[in-house]
Design a protein around this ligand. Structure first.
Ligand code: 8VR
Length: 469
């Protein structure tokens, strides 16, 4: 079987991780411009000031994507390039940059798939309460509208937010992302609600503009499974799915929060401040979502904590996706299992978990249209006689694409696959050591680009529409 004709083979990036040019052409300062420079926050103090210089080299990069046969490029817009202070004046130079990038993609027939928020927030909003302040919510709606009007004639695929769970968990529970708060439970839930509301406002606006494209959100997809058949661990896995998946997916796809979590929040005094009108807004816009984007790297293996949990430990290891953290409420923890396979950063490799998770999504949310908006292998790539032989990455993507194919065969409405990442880029917390790309960037040679083995492999997969998988 070949993948259907309308299925998009793509790859992804994010503004802060690739662009650099952090203070050029009128761009405002962001939360990450500041946070990454606080000693100890990132691996070897790396930051996005230059990143891989995509801002200046986008033409070369898009040409390489075209050579690879890429059908779609998912990238994010840096809010602070468009509206430097968050909710004030528009910066025409910022609009110009993304116009050029979009036009460059279209020149080769590459479909631009645009994320509005991939974690870089204009500093004035960050300093005024970040996502706990509804000022940020309203500012986002305005920023989104500016983007729809500037780019919507050519961009027909929009993602509002990337991985709300990650920037809220790392920002408010374990201090590893800005604003760097630890165990701020109330703020955490408030921030998630304010993001869902911002998403709803943007979706409503997008539909009012009648640009006839599609809009959705991208969430982490990390389905939780019990480590065994024991009752309390099965309970823990279900509990984890409520907090880690349904809390995020339900307000978007069902327009309401899961009652199971609401009841617990009320008991603990953690219910976000919201109005009836806001809740109605979520309800009214749920049906307007065109798709859900899933970023899948690994499932969660869950175990019930007996007794009381240690509080969240703030170490880089625990903040970068390696299992081991207790849940904020001390009910369960994620664990590494002996019979599973892990990457060098401790992320489980499991295409089966992916497929089982997709079935779980179909069961709860029906036929919603899905895109895999990220999936890939973080590795230190082997270099043999000057060639980047990233065979483990090929294996990883191959297995996951097979799972996608099986899912489509089962009637799961999957319309595209975006490998993370198109090019090696800056990892938020792991510097340049952890590579994900099809294109290598030589940091010792003026950031020169070089095709990896996986580049040629993915090109073949796209050409043959995955027939051999
Ligand atoms: C996703 C993020 C993306 C990347 C990839 C890979 C990190 C990284 C944590 O959570 O959307 O920005 O972020 O995962 O892993 O290493 O930078």
């Amino acid at each position: 079987m070949k993948f259907p004709k309308d299925f998009l083979f793509g790859a992804a990036s994010a503004s802060y991780q690739v662009e650099g040019a952090w203070n050029e052409d009128g761009k405002g300062v962001t939360n990450w411009d500041i946070f990454s420079k606080i000693p100890g926050k990132t691996f070897e103090g790396t930051n996005g000031d230059v990143a891989v210089d995509h801002y200046h080299r986008y033409k070369e990069d898009v040409r390489l994507m075209a050579e690879m046969g890429l059908e779609s490029y998912r990238f994010s817009i840096s809010w602070a390039r468009i509206i430097p202070d968050g909710d004030g004046e528009i910066n025409e130079k910022g609009i110009e940059f993304y116009n050029n990038l979009i036009d460059e993609c279209l020149k080769y027939g590459i479909v631009p798939f645009v994320t509005l928020y991939h974690w870089d927030l204009p500093l004035p909003l960050e300093e005024d309460g970040s996502w706990t302040n509804k000022r940020t919510t309203n500012a986002f709606a305005k920023y989104a509208e500016v983007c729809f009007k500037a780019f919507g004639d050519r961009v027909k695929h929009w993602i509002t937010f990337n991985e709300t769970i990650v920037f809220c968990t790392l920002g408010y529970l374990n201090g590893a992302h800005p604003p760097g708060l630890v165990n701020a439970h109330k703020e955490y839930f408030q921030a998630t609600h304010n993001v869902f509301l911002a998403h709803a406002l943007a979706v409503k606006k997008y539909k009012e503009l009648k640009q006839y494209g599609e809009i959705g959100i991208t969430h982490v997809f990390s389905p939780a499974f019990s480590v065994d058949g024991q009752e309390d661990n099965l309970f823990a896995a279900n509990h984890a799915n409520y907090y880690q998946t349904y809390w995020y997916y339900d307000p978007i796809l069902k327009g309401e929060y899961p009652q199971y979590v609401l009841d617990a929040l009320q008991k603990k005094g953690l219910t976000p401040d919201w109005t009836e009108e806001e809740l109605r807004m979520l309800k009214d816009t749920a049906g307007l979502n065109d798709f859900m984007g899933l970023n899948y790297y690994q499932p969660a293996r869950v175990e019930k904590i007996q007794g009381t949990a240690k509080s969240v430990e703030i170490s880089r290891d625990n903040s970068t996706g390696r299992p081991g953290n207790p849940s904020f409420d001390g009910v369960y923890k994620t664990v590494m299992m002996e019979d599973k396979v892990y990457t060098k950063w401790g992320w489980e490799i499991s295409a089966e978990g992916f497929l089982d998770g997709l079935r779980m999504i179909k069961e709860r949310y029906g036929d919603v249209k899905l895109y895999i908006t990220e999936n890939g292998l973080g590795d230190e790539d082997p270099v043999i006689e000057d060639e980047i032989m990233d065979v483990p990455r090929i294996k990883y993507i191959e297995e996951h694409l097979k799972a996608v194919k099986t899912a489509i065969g089962e009637g799961i409405n999957l319309k595209g696959y975006y490998a993370w990442s198109v090019i090696d880029l800056l990892s938020w917390l792991n510097g340049y050591k952890k590579q994900y790309g099809f294109i290598y960037v030589d940091h010792k040679n003026n950031l020169a680009r070089k095709k990896k083995l996986s580049f040629h492999w993915y090109k073949h997969i796209i050409e043959t529409r995955g027939e051999e998988l």
